[in-house]
Design a protein around this ligand. Structure first.
Ligand SMILES: NC(=O)c1ccc[n+]([C@@H]2O[C@H](COP(=O)([O-])OP(=O)(O)OC[C@H]3O[C@@H](n4cnc5c(N)ncnc54)[C@H](OP(=O)(O)O)[C@@H]3O)[C@@H](O)[C@H]2O)c1
Length: 332
């Protein structure tokens, strides 16, 4: 089969012929119609991720058709249109992932290929209102944003929510999910154009985090936020406690802009804020996210679609963060 292979750190991804995976009982082979990128794929290609091994086939997000099953008892999945849950071995706790947690696309080979092997429990029916590309865009970032907003921050109608770095794949989903839930959503972005896109998707307003006074601008717009969803950390994070309402929840799941700077801890205890970490999600989070997408007929925002063979071009685009929403690979 054709696959996109990472042969070493800082070497371009190459498209080559590799052996098709062999199935054990409980496993299935999915003929990938479309896959999508996450920041994780970029971090791995530049050698900045734990447990990198070479060669690897990256890709956590994929949608396609089940083409082989490893056991007769799973035969009903054959020819089914599916999306794959990349959050593997989450474990027994709903609160956090267990020691055996892993993400599809490292250590196991991922979706940037003609076929991917996964376990039957990670298959879910593809939402019928979505194209292959839209369905492939959903899993990792959609799940992470869903758990951050609903499972962790307990978002509800009327909450004032701030999404930082809305151009991110996760950021665009957090915006869409929060708007669909009836929250009043504000955003930050490093691009005025992306703030305008966010408004078209239902954001009330936004500010550019590159402006010196971005936090003051937000304070003038909103008295306080109930929820802040952030995947960047970095220096701007120090302003978040001040921007929160008493009882506010700040949920973090990434560090695109570095680490957390010194914070005014007094604001955190006096306002009784909660700082919540999250990572991807449980089986139940994934099912709830798909139900939410189906019930609200939500459509992921796709920035650009590349043919599978041009995966390196897609990663290069992610490197400079010029995208709004998801970058998708099509298996033509
Ligand atoms: N723990 C988990 O389960 C989990 C899951 C998914 C992602 N993540 C992490 O979350 C982060 C986002 O992932 P992704 O796939 O959505 O990435 P992505 O699509 O590549 O988005 C990156 C975005 O970060 C934003 N950004 C950069 N500097 C910023 C700053 N100083 N302040 C606010 N935003 C800033 C930019 O938003 P603008 O374009 O709007 O400026 C940029 O588009 C990554 O660090 C990723 O590793 C973690």
């Amino acid at each position: 089969m054709k696959a996109i292979v990472l042969e070493a750190a800082d070497k371009p991804l190459i498209c080559k012929e590799v052996d098709k995976p062999v199935l054990a009982p409980g496993e299935v082979l999915v003929h990938i119609k479309a896959a999508a990128l996450n920041r994780r794929d970029y971090w791995i290609t530049v050698g900045k991720y734990a447990g990198i091994k070479y060669p690897s086939i990256l890709g956590s997000d994929g949608a396609g058709i089940v083409s082989e099953v490893g056991s007769d008892q799973d035969i009903h999945w054959l020819n089914q249109k599916v999306v794959i849950n990349p959050s593997n071995n989450y474990g027994d706790s709903d609160d956090h992932q267990g020691a055996d947690f892993k993400i599809l696309g490292l250590p196991d080979n991922g979706t940037f290929a003609e076929y991917v092997k996964t376990r039957v429990e990670y298959l879910h029916p593809k939402p019928v209102h979505l194209t292959w590309e839209q369905a492939a865009a959903l899993p990792l970032a959609g799940l992470t944003a869903y758990r951050a907003l609903f499972t962790k921050a307990k978002a509800k109608k009327g909450d004032k929510v701030l999404i930082s770095g809305v151009g991110a794949g996760t950021g665009a989903f957090a915006l869409q999910w929060a708007v669909a839930a009836g929250c009043q959503v504000f955003v930050t972005s490093g691009s005025g154009e992306k703030i305008e896109r966010a408004k078209q998707l239902g954001a009330a307003a936004g500010v550019n985090y590159k402006a010196q006074d971005w936090a003051e601008q937000l304070k003038l717009m909103v008295h306080g936020f109930d929820i802040i969803i952030d995947s960047a950390l970095g220096n701007g994070f120090a302003k978040f406690p001040d921007l929160c309402n008493p009882g506010g929840r700040i949920v973090i799941f990434g560090g695109t802009a570095g680490n957390i700077p010194p914070l005014d801890g007094r604001k955190i205890f006096w306002k009784q804020l909660q700082l919540l970490g999250t990572t991807m999600g449980t089986y139940d989070d994934f099912v709830a996210m798909l139900n939410f997408v189906n019930n609200h007929q939500l459509v992921p925002v796709i920035d650009e679609t590349f043919p599978l063979k041009d995966a390196q071009k897609a990663v290069d685009k992610m490197a400079n963060s010029s995208q709004f929403g998801k970058i998708v690979l099509q298996n033509l």
